[in-house]
Design a protein around this ligand. Structure first.
Ligand code: OGA
Ligand code: NI
Length: 357
């Protein structure tokens, strides 16, 4: 009897997932954002072609210097770029996206074993930004989040359904990690930090966050994800074809990041901004919804280990370039970041790590 009661209340809790009820066609008040943060007409803004698309095909050969130049320029100007010819096969990307979409289409009962709103649980399907019961306004999304590294240690906690989930996401995450390390190597060279600067504790963790944004009756009033910068080192994001949603804030305007088939979006996280002593930019971005199509995106977050000490690279600090941030443990940064997100003040997440100059 206990078991049944327990599982009923677990299923009841799952009503917090937007995917469990959005088909009733309503936009509950608790999803309506205040006027200054809702997207309004910009929810339907067309995507923009300005964000650089970088061909990594020649990274090993003669184009090496040019590719580094493009990556550095995009990271300074936009904090965002897309990569093509990145070495991950089109088939693997398409199959992985399909299996992630299939996961969210499974009946609620099949997702129950991974559902949890417990912040301590590492692999989970959940609905909140930080704390569902305590937050004023909810996001129009469900998330599946779990670590991907070391693979053998985390694999057994991942969803067992769809049946190819572990195989595809395992292979894809291994290849994304390799790609991220290659991009970091190019950045390291571009910054003048030599080789292998990031190939250590700074890039030890890989977390996958699969965002699922169901179709929404009024995208002008709500958000899939509020304006934020990523707290980690660097993020590789896989977008679904043909469905807009990701927007970057640049020069006071929101720009849509065009979904390009088999391209991957790369963005600079706060840790890379700090290590570069402010040279590379972490840009604010958000996700908007649309009334027609569900949208799924997969963010692979490369992050330092929790105990890793992060600080501006010594080689980038000089009398004319004073150190802008203090050194700290990544865990401390993350704790502060999560508090700031919860309080709706994520744009101030860097304040307590800045040095007076
Ligand atoms: C994120 C993120 C954007 C998207 O998960 O941090 O910015 O398009 N996602 O889902
Ligand atoms: Ni983000």
């Amino acid at each position: 009897m206990d078991v049944i009661v327990g599982s009923e209340s677990h299923l009841e809790q799952m009503e917090k997932l937007v995917s469990s009820w959005y088909k009733d066609g309503t936009l509950p008040e608790s999803f309506i954002w205040p006027p200054d943060s809702r997207p309004g007409k910009l929810a339907a803004a067309p995507s923009c072609k300005n964000i650089p698309v970088i061909d990594l095909g020649g990274a090993e050969g003669g184009d090496h210097t040019y590719i580094i130049h493009q990556i550095l320029e995009a990271s300074q100007e936009f904090g965002f770029f897309q990569v093509i010819n990145h070495g991950i096969s089109d088939t693997l990307l398409s199959d992985t996206m399909s299996v992630l979409k299939e996961f969210f289409e499974l009946p609620l009962e099949d997702k129950a074993s991974v559902y949890s709103e417990d912040p301590q649980k590492s692999c989970k399907l959940f609905s909140s930004s930080v704390n569902y019961d305590a937050e004023d306004v909810h996001l129009w999304r469900d998330v599946l989040r779990h670590p991907c590294h070391p693979l053998v240690e985390c694999l057994q906690d991942w969803p067992q359904q769809p049946s190819r989930y572990r195989e595809l996401v395992g292979t894809c995450s291994t290849q994304v990690k390799k790609l991220a390390l290659n991009v970091l190597e190019l950045i390291s060279e571009g910054l003048g930090l030599g080789t292998g600067y990031f190939r250590n504790e700074l890039s030890q963790n890989l977390i996958l966050s699969v965002n699922h944004y169901p179709p929404c009756p009024d995208p002008s009033l709500t958000l899939g994800l509020t304006k934020h910068c990523d707290p980690n080192l660097i993020t590789i994001l896989m977008q679904e074809d043909h469905v807009n949603g990701l927007q970057v804030f640049k020069d006071g305007e929101w720009m849509g990041v065009e979904p390009i088939s088999h391209a991957l979006v790369v963005n600079i996280g706060y840790q890379l901004h700090i290590i570069s002593n402010g040279k590379l930019k972490s840009s604010e971005h958000r996700a908007v919804t649309n009334p027609c199509n569900a949208r799924t995106s997969a963010g692979f977050f490369v992050a330092p280990s929790y105990v890793c000490v992060v600080e501006p690279a010594r080689a980038l600090v000089s009398a004319s370039n004073p150190q802008l941030y203090k050194s700290f443990q990544y865990e401390e940064f993350l704790r502060n970041f999560n508090t700031m997100v919860f309080e709706g003040k994520s744009e101030f997440a860097m304040e307590s790590f800045k040095l007076q100059t």
